[in-house]
Design a protein around this ligand. Structure first.
Ligand code: SAH
Ligand code: SF4
Ligand code: F3S
Length: 448
């Protein structure tokens, strides 16, 4: 590869989960600290970072079409770095298949991007998919900017090894970031304007640490400490695992006002045989009883989940158990996916792979049930008065979009007596519900 002049501009494109969005922000800050500036919308960047997701085949294949799209008419390309979970899982393959890629960097090694960039400028192609013991976070520049709603990764990796899932391989073992670092980062984010922080982890409720007095605490302890920061108004966390849902965390939903009444708790399937084959180590019944305990302390909690249809061997009767669980739970929202065999995972070579048409049909039925459930949840909230954090302008002039405490998308219009702004926390009454959003009436801005 020929040597290249130092890049002046960058673009980071993140795919996949919220943790990738967080990592993408941190990579952008790192490149900014190296003197690069973000490329303008529509303009070509000198350096493009594709921050990829490996969770399903479609997501993973996207990286190759994206690399193709970056090719210029004369056959050359900008400097391309592939980061994220595809980089971790298929680094060598990317280097072999896509000669335009100069850097491959895994999710635990991206703090080393500056050195890699220098090597790439010298004409080398470099891969770093180490999972170093020292944490990348210590090597990253401090947070300086934030929107009203910010992400904060507190826990990474997964030790659960569900038989369909690549995350334990792409993100490594479960680790928790130290309490003091998290409080410091949250303070910086709040100073930079964050009113809401969403704590992130592949199993966020597996977070453990020691508080300022050296006492062992879990995620609930961290949440309580964050709630004491006056500038922070809302706290959320995702994704939690049913097996790490402690009594302390459940109690926090009753006791910490700033902790929003929302719980994303994936269950994946409603059949105990399928759950066992998935290595989920919970049953449908234990999951439902857990939800009962959460509802007992926080009756208005909005529940969310993840579902996989067509896991190897799933019969029609077993799928019907997933539908029954959806009916029994009354989800406010949920994500559902067709099973995608992932290389290297145990499920990929299991007998009884389900035909694509069968998966399509099951997914449609599941999504219809989940839509009915969301509509019912939203309809039941009509008439409630609540706070909405304004995120962006709506399609119509004077219209705004934001999130309710229950993470519903809420739109409302300015009133003759007052206008909302992005980043405001406003008080509204919910007046009309659809399956994906609600319409509200603006009551008053909420005083800081
Ligand atoms: N740690 C979280 C979720 C991580 S991945 C948890 O365990 O709950 C997000 C979701 O992607 C999973 O909950 C699952 O529903 C889905 N998923 C993971 N692997 C998949 C696969 N091979 N095929 C289809 N969906 C998958
Ligand atoms: Fe994947 Fe299971 Fe870990 Fe979630 S708990 S990241 S689904 S292995
Ligand atoms: Fe995808 Fe990696 Fe997140 S595989 S879902 S980007 S942890």
């Amino acid at each position: 590869m020929p040597a290249t002049p130092p890049p002046q501009t960058y673009r980071v494109k993140s795919f996949g989960c919220q943790m990738n969005v967080y990592d993408g922000e941190r990579m952008a800050e790192l490149l900014g600290a190296q003197g690069l500036t973000a490329a303008d919308e529509g303009a070509e960047a000198d350096l493009v970072v594709l921050n990829t997701c490996h969770i399903r085949e479609k997501a993973a294949e996207k990286v190759y079409s994206d690399i193709g799209r970056l090719r210029r008419e004369d056959g050359s390309s900008p400097l391309i770095a592939v980061a994220g979970c595809v980089a971790q899982a298929e680094g060598e393959e990317i280097m072999a298949r896509a000669p335009a890629v100069r850097m491959v960097v895994g999710p635990q090694a991206y703090h080393r991007l500056p050195e890699m960039l220098r090597a790439a400028q010298d004409g080398r192609r470099v891969t770093d998919t180490d999972m170093p013991a020292e944490t990348k976070f210590a090597a990253l520049p401090q947070r300086r900017r934030s929107g009203a709603s910010a992400f904060l990764t507190v826990q990474e990796g997964c030790d659960k090894f569900c038989t369909y899932c690549v995350v334990p391989y792409t993100r490594g073992a479960e680790t928790s970031r130290p309490f003091a670092d998290l409080i410091a980062e949250a303070e910086r984010l709040a100073e930079a304007g964050a009113l809401e922080i969403t704590l992130l982890g592949q199993n966020v409720n597996a977070w453990t640490g020691e508080d300022a007095k050296g006492r062992a605490i879990g995620l609930d302890g961290l949440i309580r400490a964050l709630a004491a920061l006056p500038a922070l108004r809302r706290i959320r966390y995702t994704t939690s695992h049913p097996n790490d849902m402690t009594q302390g965390l459940i109690a926090a939903h009753a006791e910490v006002d700033k902790l929003m009444p929302f719980l994303h708790l994936p269950v994946q399937a409603g059949s105990d045989r399928v759950l066992k084959a998935m290595n989920r180590s919970h049953t449908a019944e234990s999951y439902l009883r857990l939800l009962d305990r959460v509802r007992a302390v926080r009756p208005d909690i909005a529940l969310s989940g993840d579902f996989i249809v067509g896991f190897p061997g799933e019969t029609e009767a077993e799928f019907a158990e997933t539908l029954a669980l959806v009916e029994a739970t009354g989800y406010a929202q949920a994500f559902s996916f067709k099973y995608s065999p992932r290389p290297g995972t145990p499920a990929a070579t299991m007998d009884g792979q389900v035909a694509p048409e069968v998966m399509d049909e099951r997914l449609q039925r599941l999504q219809a049930a989940l839509q009915r459930s969301s509509l019912a949840f939203n309809q039941a909230s009509v008439g409630r008065t609540c706070e909405v954090l304004v995120e962006r302008r709506g399609r119509r002039e004077g219209q705004w979009l934001g999130k309710s405490p229950w993470l519903q998308s809420v739109h409302f219009a300015n009133e003759p007596w007052g206008e909302a702004r992005i980043g405001d926390l406003v008080r509204v009454t919910l007046v009309e519900a659809g399956p994906n959003s609600l319409h509200a009436r603006l009551l008053a801005p909420v005083a800081a």
